[in-house]
Write a protein that binds this ligand. Structure first.
Ligand SMILES: C[S@@+](CC[C@H](N)C(=O)[O-])C[C@H]1O[C@@H](n2cnc3c(N)ncnc32)[C@H](O)[C@@H]1O
Length: 253
């Protein structure tokens, strides 16, 4: 992809998710036009419906309404007291708030997002949830603004498919994780049989479909970045041959 078209695409993603954040702040739903759950796909496959009632009860209403994910990474990441967690593309903050509660006062949850409107919404939600061990950072997931080896667990919910440089994201995840650190990521993933063109026919890039990696591309990318014990588990179909998936791996020691 040329630099200009990658920059244009990232700007379109930023603009669409800024609109979603503003819609929630105005009392509406985050699933606005062009977002991951805008009707190109089955709405029950995205957002707050993927969290159980107990988890939703821990959250301010606007955090649940702002949820635009395609899974529930906090349910698979097995977070422990005292750990440091990083959520890539933290949006309205739902997974950062839940993670901060799981790791407790001796742990820390970072959220990283490039969209000012999402960061402002997430800050308000974390404050309303009474969470004090959450820090929201502005930046892009292709250049994570944190030191090497500083994170125990990286989570992410429906964001890596939106990146225009996935190898850079996977390399950056490996850099910030401590040796033995792990990932628990929800993302849209394509069956291997679908070409890039066919993925593009199933939905848009900003809608979390066209930019999805296939199962083998994900596995190969993680292996190249230095991960082991890699698993990509397809959990629910969101479009023909495209699935919500749980991606797990451990950084080699
Ligand atoms: C589909 S939403 C998911 C938000 C959140 N993870 C959730 O589950 O509700 C995508 C989020 O990722 C952010 N994002 C997309 N691409 C990004 C990038 N390259 N760097 C940082 N943030 C990005 C957007 O601003 C948006 O908040």
């Amino acid at each position: 992809m040329s630099t200009t078209s990658a920059d244009d695409l990232r700007e379109e993603v930023r603009r669409r998710y800024a609109e979603s954040a503003l819609a929630v702040s105005d009392g509406g739903l985050g699933c606005g036009s062009g977002s991951c759950c805008d009707g190109e796909t089955d709405a029950s496959s995205f957002g707050g419906a993927l969290y159980d009632a107990g988890q939703r009860g821990e959250l301010p209403a606007t955090a649940t309404l702002a949820s635009l994910g395609c899974g529930n990474p906090t349910a698979v990441a097995e977070l422990r007291e005292g750990e440091t967690v990083l959520d890539l593309g933290s949006g309205g903050g739902i997974d950062v708030i839940l993670s901060a509660k799981r790791v407790g006062e001796t742990g820390l949850a970072y959220g990283l997002d490039m969209t000012d409107e999402m960061l402002a919404l997430a800050q308000r939600n974390a404050q309303e949830a009474g969470v004090r061990n959450a820090i929201f950072l502005k930046g892009v997931i292709e250049e994570i603004p944190l030191p090497a080896g500083s994170i125990d667990v990286v989570i992410s919910n429906c964001v890596i498919n939106l990146s225009t440089d996935k190898p850079a994201v996977l390399t950056e995840i490996a850099r910030v994780l401590r040796p033995g650190g792990r990932i628990g990521i929800s993302d849209v993933v394509a069956e291997d049989r679908l070409s890039s063109e066919e993925r593009g026919e199933r939905g848009s890039f900003v809608g979390c479909i066209a930019g999805a990696l296939s199962v083998s591309e994900y596995e190969a990318g993680l292996e190249a970045a230095g991960f082991e014990r890699i698993s990509v588990e397809l959990t629910h179909e969101v479009a023909d041959g495209m699935h919500g998936a749980i991606v797990k791996a451990v950084k080699a020691r």
